[in-house]
Design a protein around this ligand. Structure first.
Ligand code: SF4
Ligand code: SF4
Length: 460
């Protein structure tokens, strides 16, 4: 056996060689779809924090106050079941679309892809097309190269800063955030998070790019488990394309034993993850369809039918009929729907207040000057509604007990109030020991609130 390995052969590399990928921007049908879907997603991202609702920001993740406001509903940490259901709806919907349409999310809607293509576009505008960029990077650093590189990184950083600030407007009321930006009144914490997200965006879209998708994104790791032979994916039609080879436009390539692939290498040059789709299906492929646009352009030039690389499925490639009505898809659709209904049910049945009544643990009971028995309690009430409410506490039944709280308790929108009160009973009317009482909390302003709490009354 030969154990005479060279040193570099003994190094196991967890990552591919870190070669720079110079992406050629390719226009075409899918470029336009990606451009408009990306613009739509960006517009949503920027505009959502500006949507008003009853004079407040409609969607706000108020981390400082532990509240998540979405139009008329405000979620608190206690509403974890709703958030869990929401995540499950998202997860099953993602499984459903992945099984059906493959990685369209990655190629057309994922922020990583949208920002990556935006950064590549900026790079091309400043440093030139792919060939100019390759040449430029090989050149010695002179003033022109320095100027271009500085301008590119400044533009990337500016986009990153705007992205980070917009992202923060989901956590801090948007008007306050921008007002304090222009008056330089941001707190150290806001500066920290904006700086952090600026660096994340700049690093991800400017430097890491495809490495983020290949090595870090969990979705790219488990999406293949959802694929089946009918899942839509970007694939090269090997039967039609091979044997690949260069030729002149007017050549009869079939007579030369050549397939339709003219080996122009454009599909590789436009690929943002740096793969050659002609080598078969690869997990790195994000289904951005840039190679389809590139190949279609070549096919047009050579007067061949388009679609040598296309959105297709493994079954369609071997001539089998692809159906979208498959048990796996139906199961994911059912699960998505079920979780959606469950989430709706949780939202519809959640109480719009959070209330607890705690006994004063220091004293079991007190005897007042006229011999009555008195117990002390503390009401803790959170009004989850987005308007001020008045709450009335009433003892259920015909108990001979009086409550010190005779007036309604007022709690402003999303406010938590703590109110101490006492219950008093003439001793002759209560049995000795512990009695259980029910206290109902009712809102005087809306008919949505009516909850009952049990309390213990000690009389000896
Ligand atoms: S192979 Fe094609 S679809 Fe896949 S990532 Fe590369 S360019 Fe995009
Ligand atoms: S773009 Fe099309 S023709 Fe050109 S190398 Fe790729 S598959 Fe072949």
């Amino acid at each position: 056996m030969n154990f005479d390995f060279k040193e570099e052969e003994l190094i196991i590399k967890p990552y591919k060689n870190d070669e720079s990928i110079y992406v050629r921007l390719q226009r075409g049908l899918f470029y336009n779809i990606r451009k408009y879907s990306g613009a739509f997603m960006m517009l949503l991202f920027v505009l959502i924090p500006w949507i008003p609702y009853k004079g407040e920001q409609a969607i706000l993740l108020d981390v400082a106050n532990q509240q998540f406001r979405i139009f008329a509903i405000t979620f608190f940490p206690q509403d974890l079941t709703v958030l869990a259901a929401l995540f499950m709806v998202g997860a099953f919907a993602l499984f459903f679309f992945t099984t059906w349409l493959g990685r369209v999310w990655c190629g057309f809607m994922c922020p990583q892809t949208i920002w990556m293509f935006l950064y590549i576009w900026v790079e091309e505008k400043i440093e030139g097309n792919r060939n100019q960029r390759i040449r430029g990077d090989k050149q010695e650093l002179d003033s022109a190269k320095f100027r271009k590189k500085t301008l590119k990184h400044a533009a990337w950083l500016l986009i990153s800063f705007l992205t980070a600030t917009t992202f923060m407007s989901y956590f801090i009321p948007v008007k306050t955030l921008y007002l304090e930006l222009f008056t330089l009144e941001w707190s150290a914490l806001v500066y920290f998070w904006v700086g952090f997200f600026t660096l994340c965006t700049y690093g991800n879209a400017g430097w890491l790019r495809e490495k983020m998708c290949i090595y870090m994104c969990p979705y790219s790791r488990f999406q293949s488990a959802m694929f089946d032979k009918n899942t839509l994916l970007v694939a090269y039609d090997k039967a039609r394309g091979e044997n690949r080879g260069m030729r002149k436009r007017k050549d009869d390539h079939k007579a030369k034993g050549l397939g339709d692939c003219v080996d122009c290498n454009l599909c590789v040059e436009v690929c943002p993850v740096g793969i050659d789709i002609r080598n078969g299906l690869q997990y790195e492929c994000i289904s951005c369809a840039a190679c389809i646009d590139a190949c279609d352009q070549t096919m047009e030039r050579f007067n061949y039918p388009k679609g040598l690389i296309s959105f297709t499925s493994e079954n369609a490639l071997i001539g089998k009929k692809a159906s979208i009505f498959r048990p796996k898809i139906a199961a994911y659709a059912m699960l998505t729907l079920t979780m959606f209904v469950l989430m709706g049910f949780f939202i519809a049945t959640r109480t719009p207040i959070e209330a607890s009544i705690l006994r004063d643990r220091n004293v079991l009971y007190r005897t007042t000057f006229d011999g009555s028995i008195e117990n002390s309690y503390q009401l803790k009430l959170t009004n989850k509604l987005q308007q001020t409410e008045r709450f009335l506490l009433i003892i259920d039944g015909e108990e001979p007990i009086t409550m010190s709280l005779t007036k309604p308790v007022t709690a402003e929108a999303l406010e938590m109030v703590v109110v101490p009160f006492t219950l008093t009973a003439p001793p002759e009317l209560l049995p000795e020991g512990v009695s259980s009482l029910n206290i109902t909390i009712t809102s005087l302003d809306s008919d949505q609130v009516n909850i009952t709490k049990e309390v213990k009354f000690y009389a000896g």
